[in-house]
Ligand binder design. Structure first.
Ligand SMILES: [Zn+2]
Ligand SMILES: [Zn+2]
Length: 214
């Protein structure tokens, strides 16, 4: 599996290209202001991007969707419960004093247990609300194998957890999502957060100050 991570200011939000090394099929996850670097990586490596997958619709995670959609023509996936955020991306940007291009319509709303295939791999969609109502974890692995790479958006970070003071956020719901959904993937699972470095479930279960109390 090929994983390319890019982040640029002002948000330093991670955008990802995840690709199958054999078929060169790929998905783009959360294209933001770093979208040009993600598209360049896909082009340089002759990747065919099948889908644009969003972990949630906060503005930093969607500013690159117009450019990604224009360049790739691939369907945009989002959880329906974050549509209210997606539809207000331009206003969300204005709150930060940023210009945000209008977003293309969402093509597909995630359904429970949905699997999005690309090459020999698949992304399995798990609902992890709390940071926002429509947050999801994308569990990626080879078809038929246990997916050990988790793209968790802003639900869980190395040493921290997502904020819950934005519209639709709820701390108890967030903690429940982390404990019941993310921890169930096991200590070896790799966590690729929306901001900052990667980590593992085991590392966070043992040392994350927000999650250590039973
Ligand atoms: Zn967020
Ligand atoms: Zn974010």
């Amino acid at each position: 599996m090929i994983v390319e991570t890019q982040a640029v200011g002002p948000f330093f939000k991670n955008g990802f290209v995840v690709a199958c090394e054999r078929t060169r099929e790929a998905v783009v996850i959360d294209p933001g202001d770093e979208v040009a670097a993600l598209l360049a990586f896909a082009g340089r490596n002759l990747l065919t991007v099948r889908s644009i997958l969003l972990t949630h619709a906060h503005v930093d995670h969607v500013t690159g969707v117009p450019a990604a959609k224009r360049a790739l023509g691939a369907p945009v996936y989002l959880h329906r419960d974050d549509l209210f955020l997606y539809e207000r991306a331009v206003e969300q940007g204005a709150m930060f004093g940023l210009h945000v291009d209008p977003l293309p319509p969402v093509d597909e709303f995630y359904t429970p247990g949905q699997i999005v295939p690309f090459g020999d791999y698949e992304a399995r969609v798990h609902c992890t609300p709390g940071h926002c109502p429509g947050g999801v974890c994308l569990q990626i692995g080879k078809v038929g194998e246990r997916g050990d790479d988790l793209f968790v958006g802003d639900t869980l970070f190395a040493g921290s957890i997502g904020r819950t003071d934005l519209p639709g956020g709820d701390l108890a719901t967030l903690i429940k999502s982390i404990r019941t959904v993310l921890f169930a993937f096991g200590d070896a699972a790799r966590v690729h957060p929306g901001h900052g470095p990667s980590t593992t479930i085991g590392q966070e279960r043992r040392t994350n100050p927000f999650l250590m109390t039973e």
